[in-house]
Design a protein around this ligand. Sequence first.
Ligand code: GUN
Length: 300
Amino acid sequence: MSAVTLIDGKAAAARVIAEVTDEVKVFKANGIAPALAVVLVGEDPASQVYVRNKVRRAEECGIRSLEFELPSQCQAGRLLALIDTLNADASVHGILVQLPLPAHIDEHLVLQAIAPVKDVDGFHAANVGGLTQGREVLTPCTPAGCLRLLQDTCGDLSGKHAVVIGRSNIVGKPMAALLLKAHCTVTVVHSRSTHLPELCRLADIVVAAVGRPRLVKGDWLKDGAVVIDVGINRLDEGGRARLVGDVDFDSACTRAAAITPVPGGVGPMTIALLMKNTLAAARLQHSSVDRSQPAMEIPA
Ligand code: GUN
């Protein structure tokens, strides 16, 4: 068995960011300054870090960023009013509300309030529906990043059997839709599935996104499988904080042909694809700009 290849998400993300930075210049030459609004409700430290990283990365690409922080006890009406204002502001192209929201706020209601053309997360039902129909719409960033890593690693994915572990709206379900669109055979398994190891062993591609530290063991993998680990689990090991994925990295390396490390795999791609989506959203709102890019549909 030849050595495993580590899929370098940082390098792949840097390539996407370089593309975005060039495209931003084209927008600016056309008099449009792409802008992303990021909204954080509450004081969750992990969410604060994610939001800070998104804002910082946007600025590095030349995308204007607007940051809004609301207190955790704020009423849904205040958040919905802010979204209405951002929807109506023609200088704002993308709107992202960081999840999870405090329990008293209805997440679905909030995500449905974002104008589909500004929905850089791809979570609005119009975009979710478009994706499942195989159309070109704004697509959730993490699965879009995973797909890019897979295409960089494997080339054409047509006919490959992909097993997606996890059925969340943020990763598992859109990942399955994207892999179907790329002509894979797709099996979705989740926390209630039986025979997980046997099902995984059928896979040419495993995407693990269940939030269970080191769930996927090396002997769950077919020799030569390509493994994308979306998990970011914080473990306390002997008093030291450690980030681990949903895949048991060491044992997986004895079977896989290629694997994403945690950290440094999928994580950097999520933010890079958010920047790409911000430009795609700006393009939807200014269809005269940059016709060299593939057209996306304006959802109803
Ligand atoms: N929380 C965890 N992942 C995400 C994401 O991709 N988008 C948003 N808005 N919140 C998240």
